[in-house]
Design a protein around this ligand. Structure first.
Ligand code: SF4
Length: 353
């Protein structure tokens, strides 16, 4: 790996950015200062998902809550409902907590340095650096998966991730310029997303091509090297599609802490390592009735495990009172149902009738 690199790498990337920058809903026009609220909101939304998936959510949030103070004043449930479908709901809860904290403790203004930003709920190293650089022109080294990949290739770093992280960050920090650090951060993100892509990087279009050690050595596409991932285990559960005579279905709120915290769900058993027998599962059912297994299963991937949910359907007998919320089928769209539970609803509607 080279220890010295051409002094004009940052300038070359900025010149490339001036011609090829992506137009994104949260990005300020060239030469304009970015709004910290827009940067923060988009970066939190973009964690673990794609630009295309985030764009409509971002616009929807801004239409509804144009400032961080407006978001802070919104009921949590409305925020969770608007977030539904983006996944990782702890982030939506932290988003709301963070908005409240900024409204109450910072007079509705985001702090402008990395360390103070990192103290906010749900704001980690990456998001703090991105806000500091893009909204406040601080020369912060912004590291996400895209930029790690570009650095590993540019400097031909063959050490495996995650061990190589600190080395890649040090290299990125050394390259980060004092001039236009916000544009530089966005340029590096764009380069990773559009040119130095995980498969088949378009090196002929790259402003760093002649300096790129990975490209010269013919090893760029295989970088960054990663430790092989452990196989994700599978967990099993049973979801209870519980109908009332008036055609409404039973929902329940999940506990605030833990996976899908605070979101509405179709009541289900625990999710455990081995499959459930129907008799065993119905001990955890929300109503005493006859349960009928629907054909097929609902599969869903979480970061650390895969889930297979069997759905069983039953009718709650009047006057039995199951605890939860009875929701008319045509109003399910208004509930803060996470993606997994939307899959359960679709499965039940397709198989139960
Ligand atoms: Fe990535 Fe190719 Fe550019 Fe190197 S030359 S940084 S591998 S796109």
């Amino acid at each position: 790996m080279p220890t010295a690199f051409p002094a004009d790498l940052a300038d070359r990337l900025l010149a490339w950015y001036d011609r090829h920058r992506r137009v994104l809903p949260w990005r300020a026009a060239p030469g304009r200062q970015a709004d910290p609220y827009h940067v923060w909101l988009s970066e939190v939304m973009l964690q673990q998902t794609t630009v295309a998936a985030v764009a409509p959510y971002f616009r929807g949030f801004l239409d509804r809550w144009p400032t961080v103070t407006a978001l802070a004043a919104a009921p949590l449930d409305e925020v969770l409902t608007a977030w539904a479908g983006l996944g990782y709901y702890a982030r939506a809860r932290n988003l709301h907590r963070c908005a409240r904290l900024i409204a109450e403790n910072h007079g509705g203004r985001f702090p402008d340095d990395e360390a103070a930003l990192r103290d906010l709920p749900g704001v980690g190293d990456y998001t703090a650096a991105a806000i500091a650089a893009i909204a406040f022109e601080r020369p912060a080294a912004v590291m996400d998966g895209n930029i790690e990949r570009v650095m590993a290739r540019l400097f031909a770093v063959t050490e495996q991730l995650p061990g190589a992280k600190s080395r890649l960050k040090a290299l990125a920090a050394e390259l980060t310029p004092q001039r236009r650090p916000g544009d530089y951060a966005q340029a590096a993100m764009d380069l990773g997303a559009t040119v130095c892509t995980p498969k088949k990087p378009a090196c002929v279009l790259c402003p760093w091509r002649d300096a790129c050690a990975g490209q010269h050595a013919g090893i760029a596409e295989g970088l960054p090297a990663r430790q092989p991932k452990a196989e994700r285990p599978t967990r099993h559960g049973v979801a209870f599609w519980t109908l009332r005579r008036d055609g409404s279905v039973l929902l329940r709120r999940r506990p605030d802490e833990g996976l899908l915290g605070g979101m509405m769900e179709i009541p289900s058993t625990d999710w455990r390592d081995r499959p459930w027998l129907l008799d065993e599962a119905t001990a955890a059912a929300p109503a005493h009735t006859e349960w009928r297994s629907l054909p097929g299963v609902v599969e869903h991937g979480f970061t650390h495990f895969r889930l297979r949910l069997t759905v069983v359907a039953g009718h709650a007998r009047a006057p039995e009172l199951a605890r939860g919320l009875w929701c008319p089928l045509d109003r399910l769209g208004e509930q803060a149902l996470p993606t997994l539970m939307r899959k359960v609803v679709r499965h039940a509607l397709a198989k139960a009738y």
